[in-house]
Design a protein around this ligand. Structure first.
Ligand SMILES: *[C@@H]1O[C@H](CO)[C@@H](O)[C@H](O)[C@H]1NC(C)=O
Ligand SMILES: *[C@@H]1O[C@H](CO)[C@@H](O)[C@H](O)[C@H]1NC(C)=O
Ligand SMILES: *[C@@H]1O[C@H](CO)[C@@H](O)[C@H](O)[C@H]1NC(C)=O
Ligand SMILES: *[C@@H]1O[C@H](CO)[C@@H](O)[C@H](O)[C@H]1NC(C)=O
Ligand SMILES: *[C@@H]1O[C@H](CO)[C@@H](O)[C@H](O)[C@H]1NC(C)=O
Ligand SMILES: *[C@@H]1O[C@H](CO)[C@@H](O)[C@H](O)[C@H]1NC(C)=O
Ligand SMILES: *[C@@H]1O[C@H](CO)[C@@H](O)[C@H](O)[C@H]1NC(C)=O
Length: 313
């Protein structure tokens, strides 16, 4: 009796256990700099042909990666190599594995000029085994709440400042608060090229975020012991101090993701916030609205640089 109970329970864990979003090697609480190996085991690096890293992404099952639509400069699978378990872009990565891409799916309503629905999926050529350095993240389920000031982390190999021309070798992490959509829209009011929609979520603070993030990579927030992906790094005013950066709001795409990955074990977790959202009573006044028009850019770094040299297929 006792033995079979134990076995049954153990099988339940194996078969039905929610194993997304666990990072046993993540010891960071505050700060923001070089990430230690294994801190963000779902972070992947998308390499385009021989150009190297151009975008980030996240592992969401043993064969699917989530990224930003604007990173997909070609849907040709053979042009891409995805690195998992990577820590540095230069030097050895003992925990790394790589895969080619067998399928690329861009959201059908993604519109390059209007920045909305900036989400895409890539299927790995073969499944990967999970290790402490390679694990899937939980995705924010529908009706998730990320109230203003919710603390999240952005990760990527993005540049460290608007004046640097190279990317850092080491994966970077930065701790930033969510900025509610009303306040974010207020900041971007003068920007005619982008309206902040319900399919977007904003985060960032003075001198943190935009330049340090990396397109396609995650905005992730911790609930209990699990990391939940709230956003996909999309666009912003690079390094402008008073603008939060904008991410595709993952919870809005649950139905689409579930349909596309047909049967794959992608886990969604409903993220909740306590109290009331200060953003719901925010009114965009003259003091809050940004009046200057800045140039928007995808929070990319290399894509912009390389696009000038690449013939898109
Ligand atoms: C994007 O949307 C605008 C407005 O609906 C439309 O004029 C434009 O053709 C669209 N662009 C693409 C690439 O679909
Ligand atoms: C949220 O997800 C649940 C379970 O998957 C589903 O029953 C419900 O209809 C969804 N709600 C919305 C608004 O999509
Ligand atoms: C939202 O959060 C940010 C960062 O914590 C804070 O600066 C801002 O005042 C908050 N907005 C509102 C409307 O409370
Ligand atoms: C971060 O890592 C790089 C090497 O990738 C190293 O040169 C640098 O000193 C590290 N920075 C800190 C603050 O540890
Ligand atoms: C944003 O909204 C304004 C006002 O509704 C509209 O005039 C503008 O065309 C919109 N821009 C985009 C990029 O959707
Ligand atoms: C970089 O950012 C600083 C601070 O916002 C700004 O003063 C400077 O003009 C920017 N430089 C470039 C090249 O964008
Ligand atoms: C929200 O409330 C729950 C239950 O009261 C508590 O366990 C949790 O730590 C709170 N979360 C935050 C972010 O304050």
């Amino acid at each position: 009796m006792a033995v079979s109970t134990v076995l049954t329970l153990w099988m339940c864990v194996v078969l039905f256990g929610q194993d997304c979003g666990e990072a046993p090697l993540n010891k960071r609480i505050v700060g923001g700099e070089n990430a230690t190996a294994g801190s963000w085991p779902w972070q992947v690096s998308l390499h385009f042909r021989t150009f190297g890293h151009i975008c980030g992404g996240t592992l969401i099952s043993n064969q699917w990666v989530l990224t930003a639509a604007h990173c997909i400069i070609t849907k040709l699978g053979s042009a891409w190599t995805i690195y998992l378990g990577k820590e540095t872009q230069s030097g050895p990565n003992v925990h790394e594995v790589s895969r080619k891409v067998s399928q690329v799916i861009v959201h059908p309503d993604y519109n390059n000029s209007y920045l909305n629905n900036d989400i895409a999926l890539m299927k790995l050529s073969s499944v990967v085994s999970f290790t402490d350095y390679i694990k899937p993240i939980c995705l924010a389920g529908n009706s998730s709440q990320f109230f203003n000031s919710t603390i999240c982390w952005a990760t990527g190999w993005g540049k460290l400042s608007n004046v640097s021309s190279t990317i850092p070798a080491n994966l970077q992490e930065v701790r930033i608060p969510v900025i509610g959509n009303n306040q974010c829209a207020c900041k971007y009011l003068a920007e005619e090229d982008a309206n902040i929609t319900d399919s977007m979520i904003c985060a960032g603070q003075e001198n943190k975020g935009a330049c340090q993030g990396d397109s396609g990579g995650p905005l992730q927030c911790k609930q209990g012991s699990k990391w939940v992906q709230a956003g996909i790094t999309s666009f912003g005013v690079p390094c402008a101090r008073e603008f939060p950066e904008v991410y595709a709001r993952v919870s809005e795409f649950k139905t689409w993701i579930t349909q596309q990955v047909a049967g794959a074990n992608v886990e969604f977790v409903r993220f909740t916030s306590n109290g009331t959202d200060q953003d719901s009573s925010f009114v965009c006044g003259v003091n809050e609205a940004s009046t200057f028009t800045a140039e928007l850019a995808f929070v990319v770094i290399l894509v912009t640089v390389f696009l000038q040299h690449i013939t898109v297929q």
